[in-house]
Design a protein around this ligand. Structure first.
Ligand code: PBG
Length: 340
């Protein structure tokens, strides 16, 4: 039985009542334009040295750095929940950091060992390697520094070797997060020459010089290395969108298989336009500062975590993303499974 409305209807009132379609849960479900699924989630994880080690990241409550053995357990559980891929970031011990970040090219570095163990333990899981030098350099920059400037072409040569090494270790996807010019094409060629024709390149196509990366730099220990320096001579300025479209176009021409926009929520317009323009699989990175904001406010009781988490992730899907990198991937996967 339908209730009749008790409201009165002034003449000339609009015929089209938008609220009609919001009246019942079933109609709200039938009219959903965007969908968020466990398949959309990529989990960025921090790996550290040691055995049985779990070290919390204070500026990211709920996020933990894992030694390889713990990582394998935790990632296997995440995979069982339906998470399809992880993006790995190494916490390099400070004694292994150098001016030139040579540890990045050590075939038995933390990253490569972690990749091999993960591929052994979960053969179907996607393992995405981070291609950039910042976890390995004493100055915390993503490339090589010459006379105080991050040089492009010499950095690209090292990044190519790093990408090939990660492919050798087992990454099915390599993700250059460095923003050097021409690196997508150079990495593609290097992978092909080394025989890794099927290793995909996920380009951080538009990565902004953002203050939202702070907690990540704490997590990988590059905050103190970087000191008061910034990355403005290679990461994009927050004012620009047209430039992001040109960056994405170049990466497509150079052979990128997938694109990524970073940060996420403050740059939804960029995500939307890049996806529309290129049609390539495009991902949003809900970065450390975005996670920290939602988490801190929730921990204070000012926001409801479960709801703001899912709403923030949905915003990426609505803007056109094919998927999202989020530190809350495991929690989101649980919530999505509970919701059915
Ligand atoms: C650097 C890199 C950064 C992040 C991922 N890779 C930070 C930076 O540019 O300093 C940030 C991720 C986050 O904040 O969650 N290659």
């Amino acid at each position: 039985m339908n209730d009749k409305s008790h409201e009165s209807f002034p003449p000339g009132f609009p015929q089209r009542r938008m609220r009609r379609m919001r009246r019942h849960e079933f109609l709200r479900r039938l009219t959903k334009e965007s969908h968020l699924a466990v398949d959309d989630l990529i989990w960025p994880v921090f790996v550290c040295e040691g055995e049985g080690v779990r070290i919390a990241v204070p500026s990211m409550p709920g996020v933990t750095r894992f030694s390889i053995d713990v990582l394998v357990d935790e990632v296997s559980k995440a995979h069982a929940l339906g998470i399809q891929a992880v993006a790995l970031f190494p916490v390099t011990p400070s004694e292994k950091k150098t001016e030139d970040g040579a540890e990045a090219l050590n075939p038995s570095n933390l990253m490569c060992r972690a990749v091999r163990r993960l591929r052994d333990a979960c053969p179907d899981l996607g393992v995405i390697g981070d291609v950039a030098l910042d976890p390995y350099t004493t100055h915390g920059q993503d490339g090589l520094v010459h006379d105080g400037y991050v040089v492009n072409d010499r950095s690209v040569t090292v990044l190519c070797a790093q990408a090939v090494l990660q492919a050798q270790a087992g990454c099915q996807v390599v993700a250059p997060s460095d923003m050097m010019d021409g690196r997508i094409g150079a990495i593609r060629r290097a992978l092909d020459e080394a025989g890794y024709l099927d290793v995909a390149v996920l380009s951080y196509a538009a990565k902004y010089a953002s203050a939202f990366y702070g907690p990540f730099r704490d997590a990988v220990g590059s905050t103190s290395s970087l000191g008061p320096s910034d990355k403005k001579t290679y990461q994009m300025q927050p004012e620009n969108t047209e430039e992001a479209l040109r960056e994405a176009d170049l990466d497509v021409q150079e052979g990128a298989d997938m694109l990524l926009i970073k940060p996420g929520m403050p740059y939804l317009d960029v995500l939307h336009r890049v996806k529309k323009n290129t049609g390539l699989p495009t991902y949003a990175y809900q970065v450390s500062g975005e996670y920290a904001m939602l988490r801190a406010a929730s921990d204070k009781g000012w926001l409801r975590w479960n709801e703001v988490l899912l709403e923030s992730l949905m915003s990426f899907k609505r803007a056109g993303a094919d998927g999202v990198l989020t530190y809350a991937a495991v929690e989101a996967a649980r919530l999505l499974r509970e919701a059915g």
